[in-house]
Structure formats: structure tokens, C-alpha cells
Design a protein around this ligand. Structure first.
Ligand SMILES: C[S@@+](CC[C@H](N)C(=O)[O-])C[C@H]1O[C@@H](n2cnc3c(N)ncnc32)[C@H](O)[C@@H]1O
Length: 367
């Protein structure tokens, strides 16, 4: 075939757009929400969302264009005026979708920051020196009591510990003061700033705090291996920000845990007992002083919707661990400290009778 035949240009049959139409397509979008406060990670995720929205929106509008719009609105009239309208509709639809996605991401971000600040103010004094009276029963006399009794200086001095979801660093500090080398990671910028203030104030040299999502952990701590990993009330509020406690994210976090844990290492999940969390909603106290409880939501898939906490059922927990060649080697259901008896005898009796704190000790399964 002669070459020139292939290269011969045929005039394009596509109608060329007028200057006015191009202006619509390139028109600067309406005022978009204020983005400066987003951190780079959230910004990157937002960009992905926007791309997804555009990818989803455009084909939908093209489809609409081809069917309904052409037949019912344009009909045989493909005059310039109708096409200009179409451009406007398209640009404003895309802009609206982007605005909605941005608004949603910002709302989630504000909610997460707000929730974590509120959580912090309820639990700790501003300088993280202690736990506030209203949160002491569970946090001090149950959680802290277990941590201090279990992680003795003899056990952890010189060991490398990862504090996953370290929050304001209250427990990292306790472990560091017993001679361990601590890496604390948390996704909340606010809580990490509190943790760093605490570190500076107490001159803790054997602690480093990292702000980041545990799901991107590989980026932050690629090669360290830890003797112990602790997640204190973290798994129960895992992925707080997105409020989607899905099995896939949890398994991904567990695969990261396995990767950064020494072969003989141990991973401790320390948190409110799954029976307690759900039970607490149904508790009544009879005249005789007996507690009656129910487990109304224990197995409901939508239990996270109205509650930022999510208790994995025992079945979910063990199957996610198994998938990652991890296994529970022991479960502890510790009693509260006797100090609680002096402060709140009623609650002390309650905690002695009902499950409130659970500790899963998890080890690697050899593969
Ligand atoms: C209830 S707080 C507990 C904080 C701390 N362990 C304590 O007991 O004081 C749970 C923490 O887990 C963090 N978190 C939840 N999901 C996370 C994730 N995917 N990556 C990093 N941190 C996360 C939250 O930001 C929050 O600070």
C-alpha cells in the first residue's frame, strides 16, 4: 500500500467547540471548601476520592447524554444553544460531586479531630500527668493496674515496645520509665502533639512518637522488630476516623504487626471486654442490688453505626488472627485494683462480678 494513502489527513467530522463552550469546560469551579488544614495524607486520600468521583460521574453523564438528553431534550435539534447548556450541566455536575466529596472528607476529619479531643479531655489532665477522676474507675484501676502489674521493670527493661494507637503517650510513658524503648504511633495529630509535650516535659529519651495511620505503617517504620506490641483500647476504636471497622483493614493491620514483631515477640490487645461493652447498654440494677445484663448487639453487623467503638466478636478476632498466622496464646480477664474499692465500692463489686477488661496475648504461629 502506498505510504501517502495512510498519512493523508481527512477533515474531522467532529463539531469543533466554540470559544464560549470551551470557557464553560475550563471555567474555574465555584468556591470550594477550605483545604489548608488537611494533613498531606488526608489530602492525598481526598485526591483519590475526587478522581474516583470524576471517574464515576462522567460515564454516568455520558450515558445520560446518549439516551435521555439526545432523544428527549435535543431531539433533532443539535443547535449550538443546546450544546452550551449541556456543557454547563456537565461542569456543574462534576463541580457539585467534587464539592460533596470534599465536604464529606472535611466533616469526617473535623469529627475525628473533635472526637479525639473530646475523648482526651474526658480522660486526661491537660499535661497528661494523670487520669481524671471521672475516668479513673476503668482507665486507672483496671487498665493502668494491669499494665503496671504485668509489664514489670524486670520484664521489659531494654526491650523494644511498639505502642500502637499510643494516643497522648500516657502508657508509653509508664513503659519507658521501666527502661523499655518505645515507639508510639497514632493517627491523631492532636494526640501526638500531646505525647511529644509529655516526652519533652519528662525528658524521656527512650521514646519516639510518630504521627501516622497504622495501615501505612511500613512507610514509617520499615525494618524495626519489636519484642512487645501493645494496643491499649486501640483495636476497639481502630480506624476511628473513617468509622468503617472492616475486616480487611483489621487483617492488614495484623499482617503489619506480624511483620514487625520478633519471632518470639508478643502482641497484647488490652481493651474493654466485648461482653462488657455491649452488656453495659442493657444493665439494670434490681432492688436487691443484683445486676442484670444483656448482650443485645454483640453479633450485629451494624453495631458500629451509632457507636464509634466496635468490639470484634471472639469469632471475628480469632479468624482475623488465624488469617495472619497469629494466635491467642492466653486471655486475661483481670480484676480491678483494690484501690477502686475505697473510691467506688459499688463499681468495684460490679467489676469483680462482670467482665470489664480483656487482654489477648498473641504470638506468631510458625509457618
Ligand atoms: C481510645 S484511644 C487509646 C489511646 C491510648 N492507647 C490510651 O489508652 O491512652 C485509641 C487510639 O487509637 C488511634 N487509632 C485508631 N485507629 C488508628 C490507626 N488506623 N492508626 C493509628 N492510630 C489509630 C486513635 O487515634 C486513638 O488515639
Amino acid at each position: 500500500m502506498p505510504k501517502n494513502k495512510l498519512t493523508t489527513k481527512t477533515p474531522s467530522k467532529k463539531p469543533t467547540k466554540t470559544k464560549k463552550q470551551n470557557q464553560h469546560l475550563n471555567a474555574p469551579s465555584e468556591k470550594l471548601p477550605f483545604l489548608e488544614k488537611l494533613d498531606p495524607e488526608i489530602y492525598a486520600k481526598l485526591q483519590l476520592t475526587i478522581r474516583e468521583v470524576i471517574e464515576k460521574t462522567l460515564p454516568k453523564y455520558k450515558e445520560w447524554l446518549n439516551s435521555a438528553f439526545r432523544e428527549k431534550i435535543i431531539g433533532n435539534d443539535s443547535s449550538n444553544g443546546s450544546l452550551q447548556n449541556l456543557d454547563k450541566v456537565l461542569v456543574s455536575a462534576v463541580n457539585n460531586s467534587i464539592k460533596t466529596a470534599m465536604g464529606k472528607a472535611l466533616k469526617e476529619y473535623d469529627e475525628q479531630q473533635g472526637t479525639m479531643e473530646k475523648w482526651f479531655k474526658m480522660k486526661f489532665y491537660d499535661d497528661v500527668s494523670d487520669i481524671r477522676p471521672e475516668s479513673r474507675a476503668y482507665y486507672k484501676y483496671c487498665v493502668e493496674n494491669f499494665v503496671t502489674q504485668f509489664f514489670t521493670r524486670e520484664k521489659i527493661s531494654g526491650k523494644k515496645i511498639l505502642d500502637f494507637g499510643c494516643g497522648p503517650g500516657y502508657f508509653s510513658k509508664i513503659l519507658a520509665q521501666r527502661g523499655a524503648h518505645i515507639t508510639g504511633i497514632d493517627r491523631s495529630a492532636f494526640l501526638i502533639s500531646k505525647a511529644n509535650e509529655l516526652k519533652q516535659r519528662l525528658g524521656l529519651e527512650n521514646v519516639k512518637f510518630l504521627q501516622g495511620d497504622f495501615l501505612d505503617f511500613a512507610k514509617n517504620v520499615p525494618s524495626e522488630k519489636f519484642d512487645y506490641i501493645v494496643a491499649i483500647d486501640t483495636i476497639v476504636s481502630f480506624d476511628y476516623c473513617r468509622q468503617t471497622h472492616n475486616h480487611k483493614d483489621f487483617t492488614h493491620a495484623l499482617s503489619e504487626i506480624r511483620r514487625v514483631m520478633k519471632d518470639e515477640g508478643r502482641f497484647f490487645i488490652i481493651e474493654a471486654h466485648p461482653f462488657f461493652g455491649q452488656l453495659a447498654k442493657g444493665i439494670t440494677l434490681s432492688k436487691e442490688g443484683r445486676f442484670h445484663g444483656r448482650l443485645p448487639n454483640y453479633k450485629l453487623a451494624d453495631k458500629a453505626k451509632d457507636n464509634p467503638h466496635h468490639w470484634f466478636t471472639l469469632d471475628e478476632m480469632t479468624s482475623a488472627l488465624n488469617e495472619n498466622s497469629l494466635a491467642i496464646c492466653r486471655i486475661y480477664e483481670p480484676d480491678p485494683s483494690v484501690e477502686l474499692e475505697k473510691e467506688n465500692p459499688h463499681l468495684y463489686r460490679f467489676y469483680l462480678k462482670y467482665p470489664h477488661l480483656i487482654v489477648y496475648e498473641i504470638c506468631k504461629v510458625k509457618i
